[in-house]
Design a protein around this ligand. Structure first.
Ligand code: UD1
Ligand code: MG
Length: 463
């Protein structure tokens, strides 16, 4: 018969060892927050095993911040309040107090908010182990190269118990099999034993690890990949976890046909989507909800945030693209800065030292060198020369520049917005345009040249 499984994520702790002004569950990790990872792993576990259940976050320290983030991201998540952080066993008591359905599930998963690498695979393994051996509890354990800080697993047969670092004798400290803090337990077993836990230990806390005892029907399940169970208690561990998550993401993308030339120096956030046949060169960062389409090349040192890149485009070195959209077969950079709201069409060329902002450039527009295009609408087949500026800000308000399709804008021109340039018009180089130009017109607005023969020697000093 299919079992029901409730899940509690322990997220009420202070994170004292971080010395950082952010509640631990909300620390950043590859574009998400630390607590997103157990939530996503649990959701996949339920989905892939066809199980129903509820995910409850036990919150306490900075509860408002943690709950508001989770509530917005996962409308179906439940919360249970741990008023005082009296230890992990007390956190589990709070879970049963805070969620009235909790005691009705056959099994209860306990996972910590600070172990982001545990995936649906490990949760499923623990579940299958508990069911197949009809165990009252299974604890995920692993061999730690450096076990310092972890609870040590002391096996007896049957059963086992856990000794926390602070309470361990020198002999126990030598044990390298440690507790991951991730458990699957029969709910009935928890309810029978949870209230018997005391604070008789060096920390004076209620240890959840005291649920497990020698000679009972409980067992550790040893996993062989230590890094998966890494707990984040310090900023050094956060950086290590970020690196491990990055590796997982990059390998997954490479398996799907994305060529990442130097994966150790390429940061691609967890939710970034990249189609096959994309090449990403070294030192690139792709953040947030960025999407990159097939056939595109992203060259060295680019930073792309929350943006869409179409097919067969090239993002040349050291370009920065923020909340923008780029079409197919376009070329951006080197050293281009696309600020939020830039929409670049197909077959466009945005060259070096060009900045765009809140502007729509239709297909086949070329802005090749040293220009600023802000609050503009540029029609298709427009060529903009070197050193073009939209003067969009009058010190109080921003104004629009509209350039009709097929126009040619000479080098070193300024458009004093608001301004409207008609289609197929021609603006002479060096012009400062402050009046609208109708369709098909030629406009020139620059000082007349004066040339005086033989006068140069007055200004060039004789050697
Ligand atoms: C815990 C385990 C340890 C294990 C390690 C794995 C206990 C007593 N120890 O130690 O055996 O090797 O995890 O990473 O359980 N929390 C609350 N309320 C509290 C205290 C903690 O919600 O009152 C939450 C924290 O937010 C955190 C999780 O429980 O997400 C674990 O707490 P933490 O203080 O990190 O425990 P460890 O010392 O790492
Ligand atoms: Mg921890």
């Amino acid at each position: 018969m299919t079992k029901t499984v409730g899940a509690s994520i322990l997220a009420a702790g202070k994170g004292t060892r971080l010395n950082f002004d952010c509640p631990k569950p909300l620390l950043p990790a590859l574009g998400l927050k630390l607590i997103d990872y157990p939530v996503l792993a649990l959701k996949n576990f339920y989905k892939n095993n066809g199980l129903s259940g509820e995910i409850t976050a036990v919150t306490g320290f900075e509860k408002e911040q943690v709950e508001s983030y989770l509530g917005e991201s996962y409308p179906d998540i439940k919360f249970a309040l741990q008023k005082e952080q009296l230890g992990t066993a007390d956190a589990l008591k709070s879970y049963f107090k805070g969620n009235s359905n909790a005691k009705d599930f056959d099994y209860t998963i306990v996972i910590c908010a600070d172990t982001p690498l545990i995936s649906e695979v490990e949760i499923s393994s623990l579940y299958k182990e508990a069911i197949s051996k009809n165990l009252d509890a299974v604890v995920a354990s692993f061999e730690a190269i450096n076990p310092t800080g972890y609870g040590r697993i002391v096996r007896s047969n049957p059963g086992f118990h856990i000794v926390e670092e602070k309470d361990a004798s020198d002999e126990i400290k030598k044990i390298t099999e440690v507790n991951s803090g991730f458990y699957l337990i029969k709910t009935k077993y928890i309810l029978e034993n949870l209230n018997n836990i005391d604070t008789n230990n060096k920390s004076g806390e209620f240890y959840l690890t005291d649920l497990f005892k020698d000679n009972l029907n409980v067992a550790p399940m040893k996993f062989d990949n230590e890094s998966i169970f890494m707990g984040v208690n310090t900023l050094a561990q956060l950086s290590k976890a970020n690196f491990a998550l990055r590796k997982i993401k990059n390998i997954q993308l490479m398996n799907e046909g994305v060529y990442i030339v130097d994966p150790n120096h390429t940061q691609i956030d967890w939710n970034v989507e990249i189609e096959s046949n994309v090449t990403i060169h070294q030192n690139c960062s792709l953040y947030g909800s960025t999407k990159v389409s097939s056939g595109t090349q992203i060259m060295q040192g680019c930073v792309i945030e929350n943006s869409f890149i179409g097919k067969n485009s090239t993002i040349k070195p050291y370009s920065h693209i923020e909340s923008s959209k780029i079409g197919n077969s376009s070329s951006i950079g080197p050293f281009a800065h696309l600020r939020p709201g830039s929409e670049i069409g197909d077959s466009c060329k945005i060259g070096n030292f060009v900045e765009t902002k809140k502007s729509k450039l239709e297909n086949n527009v070329s802005v090749s060198h040293l220009s600023y295009v802000g609050d503009a609408e540029v029609g298709s087949n427009v060529n903009i020369g070197c050193g073009f500026i939209t003067c969009n800000y009058d010190g109080a308000n921003k104004h629009k520049t509209i350039i009709g399709p097929g126009s040619f804008i000479g080098s070193d021109t300024q458009m004093i917005a608001p301004i409207n340039i008609g289609k197929e018009s021609y603006i002479a180089s060096g012009s400062t345009i402050n009046k609208d130009v109708p369709d098909g017109a030629f406009a020139i607005a620059r000082g007349k040249q004066v040339t005086k023969e033989d006068m140069a020697k007055r200004f060039i000093k004789k050697k």
